[in-house]
Ligand binder design. Structure first.
Ligand code: FAD
Ligand code: NAD
Length: 468
């Protein structure tokens, strides 16, 4: 008789692989089904990891060309794009094989192929070739992730008109790259190619970039990126792309609310207008698993779908499409299945955009606090007044802390800084413990560090900072 698994996870992205490992730690017999040749999902193969490898390498190239001189280092860098892409590919390989190692270490059985749900106790694996395999299982977690959203009338070929996947492997630097969507993918990958020499034009449907980010931080970020040569066309939509015989793309733009079109030439176009949940081939209709109005699998606060024994996590359910959100849900759902009572605090999930400088935020923005009628105080400390930032020539940006007027409890924060993505976590821990701005301001921060700006911003919610 075939093995009966306690848990079968469909999809090995950050949601699925964390759920599988946590379940194995809790003593379950676990299977994972993955249709791609390597584990790790979007994040490790075509998302977070390769994009950060290129962001890091291209930032060094930019600094070598434009900033090293000020530090007394005279160099004339020459781009070796094949090697930069090789670095990205090596980084991906190291990470995806790390997941394979962790699966073996935790005695998780991996099945290669497309997983579909036959019913609550059975998953069918259909490999690329060969017969299907039926898995008997007590529980199922669907962690099938998301795919890029498309635009009507715009055909992606992943060569010249690309999603993020194609934009991670351009063989040469496009002279003019038009980016549709001023969200995180557009600005991160626009930064990569801009630093390597592309002229970047970002077309954004809304009147501002980065919807959801504190509007002051979004405006400041736009100014920073403009200084780096990015051009923005806000309140504008792309309504067509014509490929000319000379290979140039003629892109048709219109005001968001309609009006006279204008045409812009580009050598490549990146479509980065969001991602949509991926449920194709899962057989959810047969199993009776319900979706919501946006095609996401409907779950309750314990990740249970409407079918007992079937759970879902990550990009395929509601909430931010972030790897660490998927990971925390993976951790929690395994504990739910084991009978524990875990909790994911959705009010306290940091976001980071890895541009230069980085932008990190958590909790409420000023706009949200105003809209909710919450009385707050804001402490905003600029890096121009931070000693370490001056030494690093990294004075662009600020830390803003938002605290409740009556209780001093920290409600949110935004950081624009070289290492904002690292610095945000002390505020995350503080907020997890419902800490106050005074708690943060009275905590000793090592000198000289960029993190001292966090302490100073917190002091500005009280009697005031010292260094400004
Ligand atoms: P995914 O990572 O999408 O994994 C789903 C997996 O399921 C895939 O491996 C897929 O092959 C598999 N699968 C699907 N259906 C089946 C099936 N029927 N059978 C078998 N296998 C199946 N987030 C961050 O937090 N930080 C970042 O810096 C960041 N950068 C990003 C950069 C880019 C360019 C992109 C595109 C995304 C980025 N993200 C980032 C978002 C992040 O990648 C996702 O939020 C995260 O990967 C979601 O994890 P998941 O486990 O839900 O799904
Ligand atoms: P997004 O939702 O962040 O941004 C999409 C942008 O495109 C929005 O500003 C939207 O207004 C705009 N847009 C939509 N339709 C448009 C149109 N027709 N014309 C012009 N603009 C249009 O989506 P994304 O940047 O594609 O990223 C997808 C997901 O991946 C996000 O959820 C993001 O959080 C995640 N991601 C995260 C990171 C990170 O955490 N560092 C990095 C990359 C991606």
């Amino acid at each position: 008789m075939a093995d009966i698994f306690d848990l079968t996870v469909i999809g090995s992205g950050p949601g699925g692989y964390v759920a599988a490992i946590r379940a194995a730690q809790l003593g379950m017999k676990v299977a994972v089904v993955e249709k791609w040749p390597t584990f790790g999902g979007t994040c490790l193969n075509i998302g977070c990891i390769p994009s950060k490898a290129l962001l890091h390498a291209s930032e060094l190239y930019e600094e070598a060309g434009h900033q090293f001189r000020q530090f007394g280092i005279d160099v004339s860098p020459r781009l070796n794009l094949p090697q930069m892409l090789q670095h990205k590919d090596d980084t991906v390989t190291a990470n995806v094989s790390g997941i394979e190692f962790l699966f073996k270490k935790n005695k998780i059985t991996a099945f290669r192929g497309t997983g579909s749900v036959v019913n609550a106790g059975r998953v069918l694996v259909t490999p690329e070739s060969g017969p299907g395999i039926a898995i008997e299982t007590k529980n199922i977690i669907i962690a099938s992730g998301s795919v890029p959203a498309s635009l009507p009338g715009i055909a992606v070929d992943e060569q010249k008109v690309v999603t993020s996947t194609g934009a991670l492997k351009f063989k040469e630097v496009p002279k003019r790259l038009l980016v549709i969507g001023g969200g995180i993918i557009g600005l991160e990958l626009g930064s990569v190619w801009g630093r390597l020499g592309s002229k970047i034009t970002v077309v954004e449907f809304l009147p501002a970039i980065l919807p959801g980010l504190d509007s002051e931080a979004a405006r400041q970020t736009q100014r920073n990126l403009q200084k780096q040569g990015m051009e923005f066309r806000l309140s504008t939509k792309v309504t067509g792309i014509e490929k000319r015989s000379d290979g140039v793309l003629n892109v048709r733009l219109e005001p968001a609310q309609g009006g006279e079109p204008v045409f812009v030439e580009a050598d490549a176009v990146l479509v980065a207008v969001g991602r949509k949940p991926f449920t194709d081939g899962l057989g959810l209709e047969n199993a009776g698993v319900a979706l919501d109005e946006r095609g996401r699998i409907r779950t309750d606060h314990q990740f249970k779908t409407n079918v007992p024994g079937i759970y879902a996590i990550g990009d395929v359910i509601a909430g931010a499409m972030l790897a660490h959100k998927a990971m925390d849900e993976g951790h929690a759902v395994a504990e739910v299945i084991a009978g524990q009572k875990p909790h994911v605090n959705y009010a306290n999930i940091p976001s980071v955009m890895y541009t230069s400088p980085e932008v990190a935020w958590i909790g409420k923005s000023e706009d949200e606090l105003k809209a909710a009628g919450i009385e707050y105080k804001a402490g905003k400390f600029p890096f121009t007044a931070n000693g370490r930032a001056k030494a690093m020539l990294a004075t662009s940006g600020y830390v803003k802390i938002l605290a409740d007027v009556a209780t001093d409890r920290v409600l949110g924060a935004q950081i624009i800084a070289k290492s904002a993505g690292e610095m945000i976590h002390e505020i995350a821990v503080l907020m997890e413990f419902s800490g106050s701005a005074e708690d943060l301001g009275r905590t000793t921060h090592a000198h000289p560090t960029l993190s001292e700006a966090v302490k100073e911003a917190a002091l500005m919610c009280g009697d005031g900072a010292i260094h400004i």
